[in-house]
Design a protein around this ligand. Structure first.
Ligand SMILES: [Zn+2]
Length: 285
């Protein structure tokens, strides 16, 4: 089939009326089960740090966080974007579903939003309990922070566009981190790597052509994004070779910094009556 230029398409006479229909939110936010934010805030008051991982620049790192515990992704030393993958620690086929998270919440996520898992499980894997960049909102370019619209930089797209071989794309870093954490070979681990939550990344779609763009992350050392684990999680994060993603990625050109992962345990007596999410209850006919 050949490409049909838009000049060969006839605009209907009622085109303006057709475009003037009212938008309707696809999944009204009020219809989602709400997280118990008061309960989570009370737990946050009791956090004790139990583990810490430093992810070197242009590398990946993995972490485990038990349900009922918290994980923080912390900016250290300089502005750095992190590409995050999450799996059910007991079942790697249940993993983060960025597309449905975007559809249920928004293009960018913040405190109170949840990170949903793939079908057929479709449950909150984690709830965002604190975001020090929550002040950013959406800027005049339409950009926000912590997107679930990008996929992850990867060596295949880089090969396609630049012809080169680059081995520290987020996809590659996540693959290596996942392989190391699970004992799988890199070839076995690669298909488990999935579309990410772009922690600290500042992105949007251009107003005119609706193309995906990035701009310098507003993150400063000390900023963090914090999640409450709703199920036992295995996670991996890549310190993107794009650094603050202000200019370039998929090369060693950008200034890059480490990321810190911190795991916290709350006072577990606060969780005695906590209801952890079950896998989705839909039954096929
Ligand atoms: Zn990247």
């Amino acid at each position: 089939m050949s490409f049909i230029p838009s000049t060969s398409v006839t605009t209907p006479e009622d085109a303006d009326q057709r475009r003037a229909k009212q938008p309707v939110i696809v999944y009204p936010v009020g219809s989602l089960p709400e997280p118990d934010m008061d309960g989570l805030v009370a737990m946050r008051e009791t956090l004790v740090k139990i583990d810490e991982v430093i992810v070197p620049p242009r590398e990946g790192g993995s972490f485990s966080v038990l349900k009922g515990h918290f994980v923080r992704f912390v900016s250290v030393e300089g502005p750095q974007v992190g590409d995050l993958n999450l799996w059910n620690a007991q079942n790697l086929s249940e993993r983060f579903f960025s597309g449905k998270t975007r559809a249920l919440h928004a293009t960018h996520v913040t405190t109170g939003n949840r990170l949903w898992s793939t079908l057929p499980y479709l449950r909150p894997m984690a709830t965002i309990t604190h975001d020090t960049l929550g002040w950013y909102g959406f800027d005049k370019d339409g950009a926000g922070v912590h997107d679930v619209i990008g996929t992850r930089c990867d060596p295949y797209t880089n090969k396609l566009l630049s012809g080169g071989n680059y081995h520290h794309c987020c996809h590659s870093n996540l693959t290596r981190a996942m392989a190391q954490a699970t004992g799988l070979s890199e070839a076995e681990a690669e298909p488990h790597v999935h579309d990410v939550l772009n922690v600290f990344m500042c992105t949007g779609f251009t107003h005119d052509t609706h193309q995906y763009f990035m701009k310098a992350s507003p993150v400063r050392p000390g900023d963090y994004l914090e999640l409450f684990a709703e199920i036992d999680l295995l996670g991996a994060i890549s310190a993107c070779p794009g650094g603050d993603c202000s200019a370039t990625h998929s090369s060693d050109t950008a200034a890059c910094y480490p990321l810190k992962i911190e795991i916290f345990r709350p006072d577990m007596t606060l969780l005695e009556d906590w209801s952890y999410p079950e896998a989705n209850g839909y039954i096929w006919p």
